[in-house]
Design a protein around this ligand. Structure first.
Ligand code: SAM
Length: 249
């Protein structure tokens, strides 16, 4: 499916969703990088999912898993209606089985980890457009890194957004705005996540900020560090010795 068709047919979908200029960037990236497995955190009514799924459809391969919370049911239209109306549902798995996507990520890591503690990565692209908080998204990027394949891309939306933008509201998703300190309200949380967590993480490289709002980072190509079962045993025995010492006082 062509980009212009998705843009025209999602134009009237109520917010929140990315604008069509960003939809274009997302669509073009998927066409060029040809990811097999894409993960999106923050579905809402499925507009950004539609851009990703349309590009996968044009590639003739690939699937998108898009995750949202059980707490915020999006209707009029639902994401199923948006994606189904475009004939793209077969490319998309919609997951709304947990209150938060960090728990979804925890379960994926658990099911893909071996006995020694190596997590087999799964995704080639992860687009994060969720709650925009340091607490949730700071943890999310740490978890995503484990699930991203070498050479895969992380894309964070909303580097320029702060809770001051919605200061009149009682809460923004899970964040109670009146409880935030002045600097927590004023400073954009996702910019801090990008600068202090993603850019300082040894696995990420090729950083790029686009339109002041999008932060790209690539998981470094090459073989990731592998733990052996011996390393885990050494750690266990170290832990036991430490605990025994602590118990002895
Ligand atoms: C800006 S909207 C997503 C817009 C969508 N990506 C688009 O462009 O069409 C943010 C979404 O994140 C979801 N969300 C916020 N915090 C979340 C969390 N901790 N876990 C799961 N979903 C969350 C909200 O329910 C909302 O649907």
């Amino acid at each position: 499916m062509e980009f212009a068709e998705v843009a025209a047919r999602t134009e009237a979908v109520p917010h929140p969703h990315i604008p069509s200029e960003r939809g274009r960037i997302l669509y073009d990236h998927v066409r060029e990088a040809r990811p097999e497995r894409v993960l999106e955190l923050g579905t809402a009514r499925g507009v950004s999912a539609a851009y990703i799924a349309a590009a996968l459809e044009a590639n003739g391969a690939g699937t998108l898993t898009t995750v949202d919370s059980t707490t915020f049911p999006w209707v009029d239209p639902t994401p199923e209606e948006v994606l189904g109306g475009l004939g793209l549902l077969h490319r998309v798995e919609l997951d709304r089985t947990h209150s938060t996507y960090t728990w979804f990520l925890k379960e994926r890591i658990e099911e893909r980890s071996d006995q020694a503690g190596n997590c087999e990565p799964l995704y080639d692209l992860c687009f994060v457009d969720g709650g925009k908080s340091w607490t949730t998204d700071g943890l999310a990027v740490f978890l995503i890194e484990k699930l991203l394949r070498s050479g895969g891309w992380l894309l964070l939306d909303d580097l320029d957004w702060s809770f001051d933008d919605v200061a009149a509201k009682r809460a923004h998703y899970f964040t109670p705005i009146p409880l935030l300190s002045e600097s927590e309200r004023r400073e954009p949380h996702i910019a801090a996540v990008f600068r202090l967590l993603v850019m300082q993480h040894p696995s990420f490289t090729d950083f790029r900020i686009q339109d002041e709002a999008w932060g790209w980072a690539r998981k470094a190509p090459g073989e990731p560090r592998r733990l052996t079962i011996e390393a885990k045993r050494t750690f266990r025995s170290y832990l036991h010795t430490g605990l025994r010492r602590l118990a002895r006082g």
